[in-house]
Design a protein around this ligand. Structure first.
Ligand code: 3HC
Length: 382
């Protein structure tokens, strides 16, 4: 199969990611089938797509005619088999629960045409394990978009244990057709690139709140002052605390207990305060984006700690051959979030020895093994 053979894309799940991916496919000129488990979910996804297209039309990024054509190109479904029966490419974006993903892939495999490629937008989970639920694991691939999908450029294209090179190429080229920046993830690896590299920093951010070292407002204010478009806690709310929580559980199960979610996060999940999507999370979103008071910035917090943990984790991916080069990692980190410069580029300016020392100190101070510097970081021969 070639990317030119793709005419229709089906997206499973119409939530934050699903509706955004469907919109990206529409913008690239594809016919789209959008499916969720209840009509009200697909209706909400469709209205969010229309709102976003209105914004783009308002800014003359698309014409009113383009917009009408795109709206005519999308069909919504509740029935999974109906939604994929004539799809050439399927992208799954259902909640991050492995058993659910497996059920969905089983159903997709049974109903999608034989030639169709089945992609998962999972943030963290094993593509090989998801693919094993199908009889076509060579046509299953990871295709991880970032939130908001319409604006964020990165797509991680991940090779599962049985994914063929042809499938990788089609997914990679599809991401290019969607005007995205794809990065090849050569080995199926928990959290792929972006989320894996940020995961130790998430532990630190969680521990700082847990131990009362800093309040989210103080850190977010500091990060906004140094040029981040969104502080890390606001970003957690924006993406969804449920996503952070499920991710932490998965990392804890597969990589290290150090990743287990902190009690304050569990309390928020139990209370149903999941961030932007419920109007309340770490911050209050009931009146729109939270106000971050820059005067509250914790000036003695050194963001180099976050960079050190990122670079250290990135060296683990290089050691394991998950990504080909430091440049590819920088490309992923710049295009997945709001950073203007990648961790390795930053590390060159700071010095690998200094970063290794910071990791060593953090590992001791917080008693977290994941923070310990790798041999590659200590040697600095990157
Ligand atoms: N559709 C169309 N336009 C949109 C939009 C949407 N869905 N969302 C925002 N915009 C537009 C706004 O209209 C605005 O346009 P304007 O500049 O012409 O007025 C522009 O984007 C900027 O939006 P805002 O003014 O509301 O706010 P910001 O300037 O802060 O931008 C942001 C918002 C793009 C979300 C920015 O804050 C940002 O880059 N944040 C970081 C996001 C990030 O890091 N995402 C990755 C998360 S990790 C992830 O997704 C992985 C997963 O596995 C968990």
């Amino acid at each position: 199969m070639k990317v030119e053979d793709i005419k229709k894309i089906a997206v499973m799940g119409a939530g934050d990611m699903g509706h955004g991916i469907a919109e990206v496919a529409l913008l690239a000129g594809y016919k789209v089938a959008l499916r969720d488990i209840e009509q009200r979910f697909v209706d909400r996804g469709l209205s969010r797509i229309k709102e976003s297209l209105d914004k783009l039309a308002g800014k003359q990024k698309i014409t009113e005619e383009n917009k009408k054509a795109m709206v005519a190109n999308i069909t919504t479904f509740v029935d999974i088999a109906e939604s994929v029966k004539d799809a050439d490419f399927v992208i799954e974006a259902v909640p991050e629960i492995m058993d659910l993903k497996k059920q969905v892939f089983q159903a997709l495999d049974a109903a999608a045409p034989k030639h169709a490629i089945l992609a998962s937008n999972t943030s963290n989970m094993s593509i090989t394990e998801i693919a094993a639920a199908t009889k076509r694991p060579e046509q299953v691939v990871g295709m991880h978009f970032f939130n908001p999908a319409v604006l964020m450029k990165l797509v991680e294209v991940t090779k599962g244990g049985k994914t063929t090179e042809e499938t990788m190429q089609v997914a990679y080229n599809l991401a290019l057709k969607m005007n995205k920046v794809p990065v090849r993830v050569e080995k199926d690896s928990i959290g792929f690139v972006y989320n894996r590299i940020n995961a130790p920093a998430q532990i630190l951010l969680s521990l700082m709140v847990e131990k009362g070292v800093a309040a989210p407002m103080e850190i977010d204010a500091k990060m906004r002052k140094i040029g981040m478009p969104m502080g890390p806690y606001e970003l957690m709310d924006y993406v969804g605390l449920d996503v952070a929580y499920h991710g932490a559980l998965y990392f804890a199960d597969k990589l290290s207990r150090d990743y287990a979610p902190p009690s304050w996060l569990k309390a928020k999940i139990d209370a149903g305060t999941l961030g932007k999507k419920t109007g309340k999370g770490i911050f209050d979103w009931s009146k729109g984006r939270p106000e971050i008071d820059l005067s509250k910035a914790k000036e003695d917090f050194d963001p180099t700690a976050l960079i050190a943990l990122q670079v250290n984790e990135a060296t683990k991916l290089l050691e394991a051959g998950v990504v080909k080069s430091p440049d590819e990692i920088d490309k992923a980190m710049v295009n997945g979030g709001g950073s203007v410069i990648g961790p390795f580029q930053l590390a060159k300016g700071i010095g690998y020895d200094k970063l290794a020392k910071i990791c060593e100190d953090l590992a001791q101070e917080f008693d977290v093994k994941v923070f310990e510097p790798t041999e590659t970081l200590k040697k600095g021969n990157i």
